[in-house]
Each structure stands twice: as structure tokens, then as C-alpha cells.
Design a protein around this ligand. Structure first.
Ligand code: UDX
Ligand code: ADP
Length: 468
């Protein structure tokens, strides 16, 4: 028997749910898609007439919303009604790392997943396919299954029948629409042929059959964690080598080029930097470490923990170098920070390396002037308030929001480039050198500025991974 999918409900209208459903709606006009969220203001932003106010900024997204919203793509807070009418439900809710209790700082907090499963169990009608889209720890499908199965007992079972699929998302922020339209692969994990086929039929509307892989549920869940762990591991690998380059006189870009030209290794994800950020890498690594510990695989867990350790170390290493170069103290010195988002082309600051680096420098007494083209003052405030310990000591420095590169450079002893924004590539060093206090420094942790040009105007320069 073939299950025909006429209506989809997606629970969670965030960075994953919103763009994913927009692309499915754009490719499958005959399917009605309802994206629901408990956050009313987020839903009203998705429904905003002014498309520049959408809650997620992604190139190409607003054009799709313009074409499909109100046609076969709807955003609402009507969770119950849309669960009831759906043939297929995607779960795209948040799964952050737990802040307290068992597994704090390591395991994912599954309370939003559990509450979605309970809602589905209560309101779904007939045969419903439930698809895990959020990044989840391995074996989460078991939890969802148990909650859904419980709906078959008691009153009002309403002939409910559920099948669960895992269909992890591999989109990268800033490139989400392109990743969704032209994915490297689509992964569908499950045990029921009919449900797998139903989901596969949707993707076949725009994706080649050969790119769609089907596996069992656990392989699918684990593949997502493993893919992100491998990507993060490459970044920690090149970052660890950057430190060795600085000691030996090698150049990390030259090493990266030589290594990446080996077709067995490949050249992607070998860019040196202040460490990886974003909502996925650290969370997925921590989940991997946690599950290995749970199964008693200490060596495996320690192996993946090292990828996180190197990432933390890289950030601390950068703050340490800044202090050392500025004669061992930055107390009372002004330092311009260029870039606060975790990477360019996004306003997302989750796990951004800039947060810890700024915290270190403020705690060393620095007076920071932070500029980012897309991150708002409120967002910076939220992130820094989370990490800055309220300290009564006079030693602690401060920070302020800057509106431009020039503003961040004014009377500064140093500038630190932390995000690879396009505009930092074109800095006019003649103008900037006049704004700074001598002897001035520029630290480039992304290797994107024309820093040699800066040295012509008397600025001292430091490049990550470059031995002098
Ligand atoms: C990542 C995965 O790429 C995606 O497949 C998954 O679904 C979600 O997590 P994202 O976090 O959006 O996507 O960004 P990504 O481009 O992977 O970058 C993550 C971090 O690594 C950023 O802080 C980036 O600056 C850093 N990075 C990336 C490097 O430092 N060097 C590189 O070569 C690549
Ligand atoms: P991601 O980056 O994984 O998409 P986000 O935090 O951007 O994560 O989005 C997750 C969304 O899921 C949030 O907007 C949140 O309000 C929503 N959400 C969480 N739990 C529920 C629920 N039980 N029902 C509906 N929406 C939910």
C-alpha cells in the first residue's frame, strides 16, 4: 500500500523548520504545509508582510516565502488542529545542551522533543508518519516511539497508528537554501518500507534517486552526529597545526593547501580560525562523548572530547597572544573586535568563539569596542552577560557596541578580526592607522584582511598560523 502525503505539519519554525519547509513547499505544490510554533512572535514574524523581517536570514529564503506563503505554505500557532490533519509530521524543535541536572553540559535537553511527541500522541488521527528532523542523540526515536505507542491505550485511541523516520538535516547556515535545493545526500532512516517510500517520494520531486540513502533508524541518527564530528575534527586538526606553524616558521595556509590537494583528504573545512562555533558542532560532539561514556567506551569518548578541548584551547591561545604582544597587560587598553557572529553571513551568535575571547579580554581589564555588521547590541549583551562573572574587582574591563570598523578602531591599541565578513577584506589601513594609538596591533584570526598593507602604515601585525 502507498501512503499519499497531502498535508505536512512541521513543529518548530526555527533555523531548520522554516527554510526546510519553505523549500519542500516550493518543490511540491500539491502538498499543503503547515509550520507551527508555540512562539507567537516568531510566527507573526514569519507572516510579516515586510519580508526583511523574517525571523531567519538566509539568502534566497524571502523569494520562496513570497511565492508560496498563503498558497501551500502556512505559518501558525494552531498546533493541535494541524497535527490532527497531517499525514506526515516533522519535528524541528530546539535541542540545546542541558544546563543542569543529570548530563548537564553534555547531554541534549529533550524536553521540547518530548512535549512535541506528547502533543502528536494526543492529537494525531489515523496513520501518521513522524519524522525526526532536529539533531538528536542516538536512540531518541525510542523515546518518541514509547510516547506515541502509549496513545494506543486508554480512551479516544481513534485508530491511531504511527511510524517513525529519522531524516537529519545537513544544512549549513548562510547557505541553507542552496543546501536544501542541491544536497550532497538525503538520509532516511526507518524500519517501515511504506513510510520510507512516502518520504522519499517527496524528495524525488527535485533530488536524484541516487542521492537518497535509506538506512536503519540508529544508523541515520548516528550518521548525523558523526558527520558533524568529522567536520569539527578537521577544524580542530588544522587549528592545532596553526600553533605548530607559529613556532616553526611554517605557514598554515601553505600547509593546508598542500594537505588538501591530496584527493583522499580534500580541501574543504581546512580553514584555520579562532575555533568552530554554531549550534551544532559542539552539541553533537558532546552528545557523542556522552553516549560513548554511557556505553563504557572511555577511549572513544576521550578521543572525541579532544576535538572540543582543542577548540577551547585555540580560543584561549588567541586571547593569551593578544595580551602577550601588548606588553603583557591590556588593563585599560582599548581593543577593537571585528566580528561577533560564529561565521560570516549570519546574525547567529550561538557558541561563537568571539564570546569566550571577549570574556577573557574583559577579565584581563581590556576596554572592548565590538563591531559586527549583523549582530545587534541586544544579542551581544545576552551572550556576554551569560559568561561575564559579576566581578567587583577593579581589574575587570568593559565593552561597548561599535557601529563601524572605524568606530571600533578609534583610540584602540589593537584590532582583532574574529569573523570573516566581506567588509573586513577591504579595510583602508591608511585611515585606520590614523585612528589607532601607537604602537598599534592587528591580529587576524581568519586570514582574510590585507594585513601586509597594514604594516606599511606602521601597524604591528599578527597572523594566525604564520611563523615570523
Ligand atoms: C554545520 C554543518 O556544516 C551542517 O552540515 C550541520 O547541519 C549544522 O552544523 P553550521 O554550524 O551552520 O553548519 O556552519 P559551518 O559552515 O559548518 O561552520 C561551523 C563553524 O566552523 C563556524 O564557526 C566556522 O567559522 C567554522 N569553520 C568552518 C572553520 O573554522 N573552518 C572551516 O574550514 C570551516
Ligand atoms: P533550530 O536551529 O534547531 O531550528 P530553533 O531554536 O531556531 O532551533 O527553533 C526551534 C523552534 O521550535 C522554536 O521556535 C521553538 O519555539 C519551537 N518549539 C519548541 N517546542 C515546541 C512545541 N512543543 N510546539 C511547537 N513549537 C515548539
Amino acid at each position: 500500500m502507498n501512503k499519499e502525503i497531502k498535508k505536512i505539519c512541521c513543529i518548530g519554525a526555527g533555523y531548520v523548520g522554516g527554510p526546510t519547509m519553505a523549500v519542500i513547499a516550493d518543490k511540491c505544490h500539491e502538498i499543503i504545509i503547515n509550520v507551527v510554533d508555540i512562539n507567537e512572535s516568531r510566527i507573526s514574524d514569519w507572516n510579516n508582510e515586510d519580508l526583511s523581517k523574517l525571523p531567519v536570514f538566509e539568502p534566497g529564503l524571502k523569494e520562496i516565502i513570497k511565492r508560496r506563503r498563503g498558497v501551500n505554505l502556512f505559518f501558525s500557532t494552531e498546533v493541535e488542529k494541524n497535527i490532527a490533519s497531517a499525514d506526515m509530521i516533522f519535528i524541528s524543535v530546539n535541542t540545546p545542551i542541558k544546563q543542569s541536572g543529570v548530563g548537564a553540559g553534555k547531554a541534549s535537553n529533550l524536553k521540547w522533543i518530548e512535549s512535541s511527541a506528547r502533543q502528536i500522541s494526543k492529537f494525531a488521527e489515523g496513520f501518521t508518519i513522524v519524522v525526526e528532523k532536529s539533531t538528536l542523540p542516538v536512540k531518541t526515536a525510542n523515546t518518541i516511539k514509547k510516547i506515541l505507542e502509549a496513545s494506543n491505550y486508554g480512551e479516544n485511541t481513534n485508530n491511531k497508528k504511527f511510524k517513525i523516520l529519522s531524516n537529519p538535516e545537513f544544512l549549513s547556515e548562510g547557505n541553507a537554501i542552496n543546501d536544501l535545493e542541491n544536497p550532497d545526500r538525503i538520509l532516511i532512516g526507518g524500519e517501515d518500507e511504506e513510510s520510507i517510500k512516502a518520504l522519499k517520494e517527496i524528495y524525488l520531486n527535485w533530488i536524484d534517486d541516487r542521492k537518497i540513502i535509506t538506512t536503519n533508524l540508529w544508523s541515520s541518527e548516528l550518521s548525523k552526529l558523526t558527520a558533524n564530528a568529522f567536520l569539527a575534527q578537521r577544524i580542530s586538526s588544522i587549528n592545532s597545526i596553526s600553533a605548530l606553524c607559529e613556532k616553526t616558521g611554517a605557514d598554515v595556509q601553505e600547509v593546508g593547501l598542500a594537505v588538501g590537494m591530496d584527493s583522499r583528504i580534500g580541501d574543504k573545512f581546512l580553514k584555520v580560525g579562532p575555533g568552530f562555533g554554531g549550534s551544532c558542532f559542539k552539541k553533537d560532539l558532546l552528545n557523542l562523548v556522552y553516549i560513548c561514556d554511557y556505553y563504557g567506551l572511555k577511549e572513544v569518548s576521550r578521543y572525541w572530547q579532544k576535538v572540543i578541548d582543542i577548540n577551547n584551547w585555540q580560543r584561549g591561545r588567541i586571547s593569551g597572544i593578544v595580551v602577550e604582544k601588548l606588553f603583557g597587560t591590556i588593563s585599560g587598553k582599548r581593543i577593537g573586535i571585528l566580528g561577533f557572529s560564529f561565521k560570516a553571513n549570519t546574525n547567529d551568535t550561538r557558541e561563537s568563539p568571539a564570546i569566550e575571547i571577549c570574556k577573557d579580554l574583559i577579565e584581563e581589564g581590556g576596554e572592548l569596542q565590538i563591531y559586527d555588521p549583523k549582530v545587534s547590541l541586544i544579542n551581544m549583551e545576552n551572550e556576554l552577560n551569560k559568561v561575564l562573572i559579576k566581578n567587583t574587582s577593579n581589574e575587570i574591563g568593559s565593552w561597548q557596541y561599535s557601529n563601524s570598523i572605524e568606530d571600533a578602531a578609534k583610540n584602540a591599541d589593537a584590532l582583532i578580526v574574529l569573523t570573516e565578513w566581506e567588509e573586513f577584506k577591504k579595510i583602508d589601513w591608511m585611515i585606520i592607522s590614523k585612528l589607532m594609538r601607537s604602537p598599534s596591533w592587528v591580529f587576524d584570526t581568519r586570514l582574510i584582511t590585507d594585513i601586509e598593507e597594514a604594516s606599511k602604515f606602521g601597524i604591528n601585525i599578527w597572523k594566525i598560523g604564520r611563523g615570523f
